[in-house]
Design a protein around this ligand. Structure first.
Ligand code: VGL
Ligand code: ZN
Length: 204
């Protein structure tokens, strides 16, 4: 049994958002086209409290893009984004949210970030995604969304580690590319770890 996993298709990751991903809105029609082909569709939603430790604004003198130590883990600092209940945290208005069966909210603990849809970055807490999928007999996930080099990458690597068969829909992903090539390197890393990388036209 396979499931489609839509990663963080939220306003703040769109070109008009607070943490803009170039061409991020291009993933929306890809998601909409694939959803009807899946019996189960799960979406992750970055869902931060305003005092989240990944926000540069919560660290005196810090700027977005800097890397700090947050609870013993390297943390890139970001502009405030996906604040719980604010418009930036909503799914893109053109996303067919009626096709989503379940939403997993992550990044809710101010002390630790959660790029992966499965675990916080410190791996101490689970989001419930693994249990949700297992209860429904899912053994294969098809993943797309934002951003290739952060939340898609982390979700895919964790899914592989948890034993799922994983396919990444390349044209359904876009990267932050803080450093040029980060998105490409993330795709190579996911492939090397065992993910299949395909185009949406090749998803059966
Ligand atoms: C993400 C940076 C910060 C993502 C979330 O969805 O890839 N990136 N928070
Ligand atoms: Zn975030």
């Amino acid at each position: 049994m396979r499931a489609l996993v839509l990663v963080d298709v939220q306003n703040d990751f769109m070109p008009f958002g607070a943490l803009p991903v170039a061409d991020g809105d291009a993933v929306v029609p890809v998601a909409n086209a694939l959803m009807p082909r899946f019996g189960l569709v799960v979406a992750t939603q970055d869902w931060h409290p305003a005092d989240h430790g990944s926000f540069a604004s919560n660290h005196e003198g810090a700027a977005p893009g800097e890397v700090i130590d947050l609870g013993g883990i390297e943390q890139v600092l970001w502009p405030d984004h996906c604040v719980q209940g604010l418009p930036g945290a909503s799914f893109h208005s053109a996303l067919d949210v009626g096709g989503i069966d379940h939403v997993i909210r992550k990044g809710t603990d101010p002390a630790v970030d959660s790029y992966s849809g499965f675990f916080d970055n410190d791996r101490r807490s689970e989001t419930g995604l693994d249990a949700y999928l297992r209860e429904r007999g899912v053994d294969e996930v098809v993943v797309l969304g934002l951003a290739t080099d952060y939340c898609v990458r982390a979700t895919v690597l964790d899914a592989i580690g948890l034993g799922y068969g994983v396919t990444v829909v390349e044209d359904g992903c876009r990267a932050v590319d803080l450093e040029a090539g980060d998105g490409e390197r993330a795709l190579e890393e996911m492939h090397a770890a065992g993910a299949r990388i395909v185009e949406s036209a090749d998803v059966g």
